[in-house]
Write a protein that binds this ligand. Structure first.
Ligand SMILES: Cc1cc2nc3c(=O)[nH]c(=O)nc-3n(C[C@H](O)[C@H](O)[C@H](O)COP(=O)(O)OP(=O)(O)OC[C@H]3O[C@@H](n4cnc5c(N)ncnc54)[C@H](O)[C@@H]3O)c2cc1C
Length: 388
């Protein structure tokens, strides 16, 4: 089979690899430069964790991915996955129904490693936290972050070695349809014919395929890179990946990296945006809110200069679940997107899932990510239920 994969973020590159490994002839198309600076997949860090509150489906999926991330570290010969742990802090004691309490329950039931810390223990182990505001924590040790840009770069290089044809300066313009989808037209008017077209264009999807606007929408979410004057305070042993009462505040962040940068993000409903716009600046209001959050949470980071701020785009579905499915109305087309801000951690299994959808190979997981236009976009809390 000949397949064209549109978009070389994490969904596209893993799909291209999986399809190629199954013997298909694969083109991977992206306007570039790669990794694309505006892609959701391009960033210094993405959280990997199995904590999903009461949602055991994603917990189980993430549990499958952690050993595979470790394998990628071995296979590629360097650390893509930094297993430094994830600390979920709360401003009020954990109680039934909240994210941390339910996560602990699921972890206990599944025999997953975790620890609960009171304020004294947090102060001892993670002294940067203001424990007069944050009183309790849940620590997931077999979690951490991946260097997302490096993951995509590594996988693109791996894909080309496997024989994927990289069209790294080509933009999708339209589907070629002839009773079924038989390929794509590029912006330079070239045409690529294929038995299967796989759209993995993330937040660009609603704009490139306008019929998806009823069930997919792009939303913008700020991230900040800060350079603290005392980097030693923010090393992973003392400052692992964190969620700061994330269901209430939306703030999460990462330990200092090799460039002396601490990244902080905000996960919330976000604002509806178009990936078409190349303006990804962050508003003054969001910066003020960040400073307030830092003053309350990590006073020693409150005045650190912001060296980079960026609005990153999610592709949201209204139920928070991914969308990996063949279009029943357009044979030959598969759409794999709907990351809802939490898809990167599943990179080690995404490609196989997408390839199964393309090949119509039965896979029980695909039921969750099925074609479901009845779940229409709208501003509800559901769209923001998963952070990072
Ligand atoms: C702020 C933020 C924080 C996040 N944090 C986490 C986290 O901590 N943990 C986690 O697991 N997940 C996280 N995510 C989610 C994760 O980033 C996404 O699940 C993942 O990156 C989505 O990948 P993608 O391949 O679908 O889209 P993208 O990475 O956006 O890739 C889409 C690609 O399509 C290409 N494209 C655009 N237009 C065209 C065209 N005309 N023709 C061809 N190609 C085109 C783009 O150039 C791009 O390369 C976060 C997302 C954001 C935005």
């Amino acid at each position: 089979m000949r397949a064209v994969v549109v978009g070389a973020g994490i969904n596209g590159v893993t799909a291209a690899i999986a399809l190629r490994k199954r013997g298909h002839d694969v083109d991977l198309v992206d306007p570039g430069p790669l990794p694309h600076p505006l892609a959701a997949s391009t960033d210094i860090s993405k959280a990997v964790r199995a904590a999903y509150g009461a949602d055991e489906f994603y917990t189980e999926l993430a549990e499958r991915c952690v050993p595979l991330w470790r394998e990628w570290n071995q296979q590629f010969g360097f650390t893509l996955f930094h297993e430094v742990g994830f600390l979920f802090m709360r401003r009020t004691p954990m109680q039934e129904g909240d994210f941390e309490f339910e996560t602990a329950n699921v972890f206990a039931r599944r025999g997953h490693k975790f620890a609960r810390f009171d304020a004294d223990e947090v102060k001892r182990r993670f002294p940067i936290w203001n424990t007069s505001r944050f009183c309790e924590g849940l620590f997931e040790p077999e979690a951490g972050y991946v260097d997302a840009t490096r993951v995509v770069t590594t996988l693109i290089s791996h894909a080309t070695k496997l024989g994927v044809r990289l069209q790294g300066s080509s933009s999708f313009a339209d589907l070629i349809e002839n009773g079924r989808v038989t390929g794509i037209a590029l912006q330079d008017r070239q045409r690529l014919f294929a038995d299967a077209v796989v759209m993995t264009a993330g937040a660009w999807t609603p704009q490139l395929l306008p019929f998806t606007k009823d069930f997919l929408r792009a939303t913008g979410h700020p991230i900040f890179h800060l350079k603290p004057s005392r980097p030693e305070l923010f090393r992973a042993e003392k400052f692992p990946v964190f969620g700061a009462d994330i269901s209430a505040t939306g703030y999460y962040g990462f330990p200092i990296n090799g460039d002396g940068v601490v990244k902080i993000g905000v996960h919330a409903l976000g604002h509806e945006a178009s990936a078409k716009s190349e303006d990804r600046s962050v508003g003054a209001k969001e910066e003020t809110q960040l400073r307030e959050f830092l003053t309350e949470t990590f006073p020693q980071l409150a005045d650190a200069p912001i060296v980079f701020a960026h609005t990153c785009m999610y592709c949201d579905t209204n139920d928070g679940d991914f969308w990996i499915a063949r279009d029943p109305g357009r044979p030959g087309l598969t759409i794999a997107t709907g990351d809802n801000g939490h898809g990167f951690k599943f990179a080690p299994i995404l490609g196989e899932l997408i390839a199964d959808a393309v090949e119509a190979k039965p896979n029980p997981l695909l039921q969750k990510f099925r074609w479901r236009p009845e779940v229409r976009v709208g501003v509800t809390k559901e769209a923001a239920r998963y952070a990072g």
